[in-house]
Design a protein. Structure first.
Length: 276
């Protein structure tokens, strides 16, 4: 539900002339096309919008159903349309202009309320595609759609990091190790290499291994990976944020390891040159 106050909704309804069930001069078809073009919502056949109602009620449904950034984007487009509509009818008053300006700021505020998480920057095509899918779902404030994609992204990334460290990623039967196993083997390797400066970091990664195991269960049983009951938005967002933070740290740790490895190689090369 968008964070619109009672006063803001009342001002929008007055400007858009919604009291009669209409929205300005839109027909059913033109209103459907307008909303579809601006925010890609099908107000007549889309999920949650199939029940017949007036155009005004369809807009109220969007305010109730959609996240802030979607509503903000639509309101911005509708307010600009409203200004042009009233100019064409020569009915734009000074009060209307004032309200349109105020509500454009409201739209801008809503557009800023967008869920986002940091993910490692990778150029590998599959990882880049997965990241685009994740960002697309987050931009619509739909973290429940991210659960499966983030699991795939995390598994593929950790598999690459393990392989870069000479860690096998398959068992004796040729089956891929699950996400939590990859994290566990990587932690062990980093500890052997004395990569971390504090016991806290090692303990935090140890805890993340059990989180990855639980995340496997979410992906398999509460995501769109299968025909599952879907984890609620609040918990999905929490899970996505936690997993993204761990993945980003492990990626940064691997970057640090490679930098240390290069520095050590240069030092050894320098020592060899000095000797000979």
């Amino acid at each position: 539900m968008a964070e619109l106050t009672y006063r803001e909704k009342a001002d929008l309804e007055a400007l858009f002339e919604m009291s009669s069930g209409y929205v300005m001069d839109f027909s059913n078809n033109s209103f459907s096309r307008f909303i579809g073009d601006v925010v890609n919502i099908d107000i007549y056949d889309g999920l949650g919008y199939t029940e017949y109602s007036s155009k005004a009620n369809k807009l109220r449904q969007i305010w109730s159903n959609e996240p802030d950034n979607i509503v903000g984007t639509l309101l911005e487009a509708l307010l600009k349309y409203c200004e042009d509509y009233k100019l064409r009818r020569e009915s734009l008053t000074e009060y209307d202009s004032k309200k349109i300006g105020e509500l454009l700021l409201v739209a801008e505020r809503l557009k800023g309320n967008q869920l986002s998480v940091e993910l490692p920057q990778k150029h590998e095509e599959t990882l880049q595609t997965l990241k685009e899918d994740i960002n697309s779902a987050l931009s619509r404030n739909k973290p429940e759609l991210v659960l499966d994609r983030l699991h795939t992204f995390s598994t593929k990334l950790l598999r690459q990091i393990c392989e870069d460290n000479g860690i096998t990623t398959v068992n004796d039967k040729g089956e891929n190790f699950p996400l939590h196993s990859l994290a566990g083997m990587l932690k062990k390797k980093y500890e052997q290499d004395e990569l971390f400066q504090s016991s806290f970091t090692a303990a935090a990664i140890q805890n993340s291994i059990s989180l990855f195991d639980k995340y496997n269960a979410i992906r398999n049983n509460q995501s769109y990976a299968h025909d599952n009951p879907i984890l609620g938005t609040m918990e999905a967002e929490f899970a996505v944020r936690i997993m993204a933070d761990v993945i980003v740290f492990l990626d940064k740790a691997e970057t640090y390891r490679k930098q240390q490895q290069k520095s050590k190689a240069k030092e050894e090369e320098f020592d060899f040159d000095v000797l000979f």
